[in-house]
Design a protein around this ligand. Structure first.
Ligand SMILES: [Zn+2]
Length: 263
């Protein structure tokens, strides 16, 4: 029975992933996410409901448009699958901790998926995604506070987290203009709010550590294979998924670090 519930949750997640695909495709193009209905980006044919079943339609159509035969990007079913998987993971790991954390982590991940893909494709973090994300974070916190799920101390820690990250990113932005995008600066207080103090401390090491590591590997690879060192690795995905890691493992990391030095 438990596995049937998990399968159902995966399918709900994959359907949400289908919507995230629409957001990822349309927002950077300045299009509405509710109108017009989905159509093939090549031939413009309107898609029927059976062309849009998450993951399955892609497999049944052999990765090609039913109407013009052009290849559909495997990114679409991949995002549906990842979103389904994310929904199941958060349900299994966070739902037992309460609805407050469950909703916040789940929705943060959905925003993280959208922002990561757009940042990797276009090197931007659009305001049209960042703003709703910030509004959601603050609104959900106030809602949770009103219901007594969060304390004043929790909110104070979120405000501290937000301010510390924003000030830190502003300083980097002005000291090293090429090192940080404007979108990264705008994203930083949202991450700080999501994690709060003290989880922002391990987040620094995770996000900048992974970012530097992947950046160096990427730079070496482009140098070896393309003979050039010009490289851009977007930092957004590291900030976002570093925040997810810090949310889950931040406190254990802090405790481990303290044990190293205080025992
Ligand atoms: Zn087509």
């Amino acid at each position: 029975m438990y596995y049937i519930i998990l399968l159902l949750i995966f399918l709900i997640g994959a359907s949400i992933g289908s919507f995230l695909n629409v957001v990822i495709y349309r927002i950077p193009r300045g299009e509405s996410i509710v109108y017009p209905p989905s159509k093939c980006p090549y031939c413009g044919h309107k898609l029927a409901w059976y062309d849009m079943i998450p993951i399955l339609s892609y497999i049944m159509l052999g990765g090609k448009c039913r109407y013009c035969g052009k290849r559909i990007s495997p990114l679409y079913p991949a995002i549906e699958f990842i979103t389904g998987l994310w929904t199941v993971i958060v349900f299994v790991l966070v739902f037992p901790q309460g609805i407050d954390a469950f909703v916040e982590v789940l929705v943060f991940g959905y925003f993280a998926i959208v922002l990561s893909v757009i940042d990797m494709q276009l090197y931007i973090l659009p305001n049209k995604i960042l703003l709703p994300m910030a509004v959601f974070e603050v609104a959900w916190t106030l809602f949770a506070f009103a219901l007594g799920w969060e304390t004043l101390l929790d909110i104070r820690n979120r405000v501290i987290g937000s301010l510390v990250l924003l000030v830190f990113f502003l300083i980097i932005y002005y000291l090293v203009p090429d090192g940080m995008g404007e979108g990264d600066v705008k994203l930083s207080p949202i991450i700080g709010w999501f994690l709060g103090f003290p989880k922002i401390v391990p987040w620094f090491f995770i996000a900048f550590g992974l970012g530097a590591l992947v950046g160096i590997v990427f730079m070496l690879m482009t140098k070896i294979f393309k003979g050039e060192s010009k490289h851009v690795v977007p930092f957004g995905p590291f900030m976002l998924w570093g925040a997810v890691l810090a949310w889950f493992y931040g406190i254990p990391i802090i405790l481990w670090y303290r044990r190293l030095f205080f025992i």
